[in-house]
Ligand binder design. Structure first.
Ligand SMILES: Cc1ncc(COP(=O)(O)O)c(C=O)c1O
Length: 450
């Protein structure tokens, strides 16, 4: 595979005929649901780097939507575990029969959770992990409603979509939805109450008590509060600690479960295995997916034992506990457990380094309105003017496009944000190189604003 050398800025990514042909074929037969206009056709991953089908080499600042937190196909142990399990038995009908690997993985996984967490439910994706949490919390409490937040993303199946409130295109024509009432999230850069933290006195927490839980539904009928400890798709929004603590209090005072959707923010992304730990709060149910299987599909819903158990047949799926996904998840978790302190420190140290450079860029460019994040879960919100904060959506897309052309993969989030989520294992050199490519693009697009 011939690799282009554009690291010195001399050669740009070459969108070959092979790439255009694959995209044209995709457009004919694949349902037109989500793919972007970026002509990226990955073929091979290796740690920090991705190679496309024509040998173009990229630095990855997307972790392929927060999945490859530990690098792309970089672990021999994961690879060996997958091939060895695939050679024995791939599927064990874990809904109906027993198997040791999913039990052993659950035992291991639970050691990563606070004391008192004792049940794991397996599925295949983030949305399914949230569907399970939704159904379980209703069963545990015998209540019918849930509270979730504007700007949130919990998935696209019906229960999760009822709670999702990120973009109308995700909900349009799909209603009516069930059981969720929404409240504003603590999005301090664009405070829905027009206030500033901390002088706001957490008006957003008060609002929940005064409005949704007084006017829409009785707290006695609310089974759970679903929250992303850092909003992902909604724009990489980091709330103040008091917001999450306030939700914990509301949930505890009213017999609701607090559900932490860690599908994107968990698994070391925000410097800790559980993102919630950054806020000093314990949830009652945690959901995870994306990074858990090192690239294979797996969702987990982990519940506090005291919530109870679910009667047989009330919820299940065919592939949950799939042996190959479990093998990958277990091999990766073994590595994570053996290196936890180091990985958490790495995520924080690299995050600090990236934040410092991004903050410096923010000072230099009108286009950058806000930079926020915890560890290596960082968002950069682009605006047409720092004063008006008008979202710079098309400029954001141009920045991402230009970065792609110069060998850096990025993903958007929210109205005008960019996610900066390289694998935690990213080398210092690739991190700096990626940030330089990003700055070059910001600098060039910045000329059109202000
Ligand atoms: C916080 C969060 N929850 C749930 C989901 C849904 O996960 P999946 O796409 O695996 O269904 C996502 C996906 O981006 C997410 O970010």
């Amino acid at each position: 595979m011939a690799c282009l050398n554009y690291w010195d800025g001399s050669t740009r990514v070459n969108v070959t005929k092979k790439i255009s042909d694959i995209i044209a074929r995709d457009k004919k037969v694949i349902m037109t649901t989500t793919r972007s206009e970026i002509p990226f056709v990955p073929a091979k991953g290796d740690g920090d780097f991705i190679y496309d089908v024509s040998g173009n080499k990229f630095i990855d600042f997307s972790s392929f939507i927060a999945v490859y937190n530990l690098g792309v196909n970089s672990s021999k142990a994961v690879h060996n575990a997958i091939t060895s399990q695939a050679g024995r038995l791939m599927h064990s009908a874990f809904t109906d029969f027993y198997a040791e690997p999913p039990v052993r993985f659950a035992e291991n996984l639970l050691t990563m959770f606070p004391k008192g967490f004792g049940r794991v439910f397996y599925s295949n994706s983030g949305t399914e992990a949230n569907e399970a949490a939704l159904k379980f919390s209703k069963l545990f409490t015998k209540r019918q409603y849930v509270l979730s937040f504007y700007n949130s993303f919990h998935g696209r199946t019906y229960g999760s979509l009822s709670m999702t409130s990120s973009r109308t295109v995700q909900r349009e024509h799909f209603g009516p939805f069930n059981s969720a009432v929404h409240a504003p999230y603590a999005y301090c850069y664009r405070c829905p109450f027009g206030q500033e933290y901390p002088s706001c006195g957490m008006a957003c927490v008060d609002y929940i008590k005064k409005y949704p839980l007084s006017k829409d539904v009785s707290p006695k009928e609310v089974a759970a509060i679903f929250v992303e400890p850092i909003q992902g798709e909604g724009g990489y929004v980091v709330p103040p600690k008091e917001f999450i603590a306030g939700l914990r209090e509301i949930a505890s005072d009213n017999g609701m479960a607090l559900v932490s959707d860690e599908v994107q923010a968990g698994y070391l992304r925000a410097g800790k295995f559980l993102c919630m730990d950054n806020f000093g709060v314990e949830a009652d149910i945690y959901t995870m997916a994306k990074a858990v299987g090192a690239g294979l599909p797996i969702g987990v819903t982990v519940t506090r034992s005291s919530l109870g158990s679910i009667r047989a047949g009330a919820h299940a799926n065919t592939f949950g506990g799939n042996l190959v996904s479990i093998a990958a998840a277990e091999a990766q978790l073994t590595y994570v457990k053996n290196n936890l302190r180091h990985l958490e420190a790495e995520s924080r140290q690299k995050g600090r380094h990236a934040m410092k450079r991004l903050e410096e860029m923010k000072e230099r460019y009108e286009l950058i309105g806000d930079v926020r994040g915890i560890a290596l879960m960082i968002g950069m919100e682009l605006v047409k003017s720092k004063k008006t904060k008008e979202p710079a959506a098309s400029e954001r897309d141009r920045v991402i496009r230009q970065c792609f052309e110069n060998g850096l993969i990025l993903l958007p989030a929210g109205d005008s944000s960019i996610r900066i989520i390289p694998p935690i294992t990213v080398s210092q050199q690739s991190l700096d190189r990626g940030l330089s490519i990003l700055e070059e693009a910001i600098s060039s697009v910045n000329k059109s604003v202000g």
